[in-house]
Design a protein around this ligand. Structure first.
Ligand SMILES: Cc1cc2nc3c(=O)[nH]c(=O)nc-3n(C[C@H](O)[C@H](O)[C@H](O)COP(=O)(O)O)c2cc1C
Length: 326
C-alpha cells in the first residue's frame, strides 16, 4: 500500500473516527469523497495480526486513495504490539493509534482497550514503544475521561503520553463504565487541550456538522473526529467544512441522500465479496434514512432484496415517495 498523504491535525481537517464494524475501506472512501481528510481503521487486534487471522487481514484492506490512513491497534502485550507494528510498516502502513477507550467486555477482559485506564504505567510503556517504532509524528492514543465516575485520569494520561513521545491524543470524554450513555463532557476536552502541547482531537457527541464547529470553538481542540455523525450521513464532513468557513449549508434533498447511498453501494460492491456487500448494504440503508417516515417498511422490504438493481430501485422509490428530505 502507499501512504503518501501527510496526516494533518487541524480544525479544517476533520477525521473519520475508528468504528468497529463500520469504518471499512468502502465507508472510508465514501467519507473521503465527502470531505473527510483522514480516516482511522476499525480496531485491529495485535494478537490477531501476529497469528495471521483472515478477518484481521480484511480489516486492513486499503487502496492508494485511502490515505492518510491511521491503523488503530488494540492489545496489551508489548511483544505482540511490536511484532504487529513491524509487520504493518513492512506493508507500507505509517500511522498508528492505540485503542485505550473500548469498553466492550471481550476487549477489557484481556487487559486491552479502556482497561488500560486502570494500568497507566502499562499504557505509557506501550505508547512509548509505539512512538519509538513508528517514528516522530506517527502515533497517537485514543482514550476516555476515566474508568468510572469520580476516577477521571485523562489529564494524567495525556501528560504521560506527551512525555512518552505520542504525537496526538484523541479524547472521548465519557467514562468506560458510561459506554455511550449520558453526555460527553466537552469541558474535559477544553482542559486537556489547554494542558498539553501535542494536539488533542475531540470525539464524543459530534452528531451534526454544527456540533463539530461548536466543539472546536468552545474547547480549543486542534481537530475533530466524526463517529456516529458520519454513520448517519457522510456529508457531515463537507457540511462541517462549509460551516467552519462561515458559509450556510445548502438545503438537503432526497436526491443528495440517494446519491450517497448508491455510491456507498458501489464502493461496497467494489471492495467486498458481492454477496457480503449486498447483505451489508441491507443493514446500512435504514440508518441513512432513519428519520424518514416509512423506514420500518423499508427495513422489512430490504430483508428480501437479492440484487443490486433491486436495491437501487428500492432506494429511489423510497426517496421519491416524498420521504426525501429528513
Ligand atoms: C459502532 C461503533 C463502533 C466503534 N468502534 C470503535 C473502535 O473500533 N475504536 C475506537 O477507539 N472507538 C470506537 N468507537 C467510538 C467512536 O470512535 C467515538 O469515540 C464515539 O462513538 C463517540 O463519538 P460520537 O458520540 O460522535 O459518536 C465506536 C463507536 C461506535 C458507535
Amino acid at each position: 500500500m502507499n501512504s503518501t498523504q501527510i496526516l494533518r491535525i487541524a480544525p479544517d481537517a476533520p477525521w473519520l473516527a475508528p468504528l468497529a464494524g463500520y469504518s471499512d475501506l468502502s465507508f472510508r472512501l465514501l467519507c473521503r469523497e465527502n470531505g473527510c481528510k483522514a480516516a482511522v481503521t476499525e480496531m485491529v487486534s495485535t494478537k490477531g495480526l501476529c497469528y495471521d487471522s483472515r478477518g484481521t487481514e480484511e480489516l486492513l484492506k486499503t487502496t492508494p486513495e485511502d490515505s492518510p490512513l491511521v491503523v488503530q491497534l488494540f492489545g496489551s502485550e508489548l511483544e505482540f504490539i511490536e511484532r504487529a507494528m513491524h509487520s504493518l510498516m513492512e506493508h507500507g502502513f505509517r500511522y498508528f493509534d492505540l485503542n485505550a477507550g473500548c469498553p466492550v467486555r471481550k476487549v477489557i477482559k484481556t487487559g486491552c482497550g479502556a482497561s488500560l485506564h486502570t494500568n497507566i504505567d502499562l499504557l505509557e510503556t506501550i505508547a512509548r514503544r509505539m512512538a519509538e517504532i513508528a517514528g516522530p509524528g506517527n502515533s497517537g492514543v485514543k482514550f476516555r475521561r476515566g474508568w468510572t465516575s469520580g476516577e477521571d485520569n485523562y489529564l494524567e494520561i495525556g501528560k504521560r503520553l506527551q512525555n512518552a513521545g505520542t504525537a496526538w491524543v484523541a479524547l472521548h470524554p465519557r467514562t468506560a463504565k458510561q459506554g455511550y450513555s449520558g453526555q460527553a463532557d466537552w469541558s474535559c476536552l477544553k482542559e486537556l487541550a489547554s494542558s498539553l502541547e501535542i494536539p488533542v482531537i475531540a470525539s464524543g457527541d459530534l452528531i451534526t456538522a454544527e456540533d463539530g464547529v461548536r466543539c472546536i470553538r468552545e474547547t480549543g481542540v486542534q481537530g475533530v473526529m466524526f463517529a456516529r455523525g458520519a454513520l448517519y450521513g457522510p456529508n457531515i464532513f463537507n457540511d462541517y467544512l462549509t460551516l467552519l468557513r462561515g458559509e450556510t449549508l445548502p438545503p438537503r434533498t432526497g436526491q443528495d441522500l440517494a446519491r450517497i447511498i448508491i455510491r456507498h453501494a458501489e464502493l461496497s460492491r467494489q471492495h467486498l465479496p458481492e454477496r457480503k456487500a449486498l447483505i451489508k448494504m441491507r443493514s446500512i440503508v435504514p440508518r441513512y434514512v432513519r428519520h424518514n417516515p416509512g423506514v420500518r417498511r423499508l427495513r422489512n422490504e430490504l430483508i428480501n432484496c437479492d440484487s443490486w438493481d433491486n436495491l437501487k430501485a428500492m432506494i429511489l422509490d423510497f426517496l421519491e415517495a416524498d420521504h426525501g428530505a429528513a
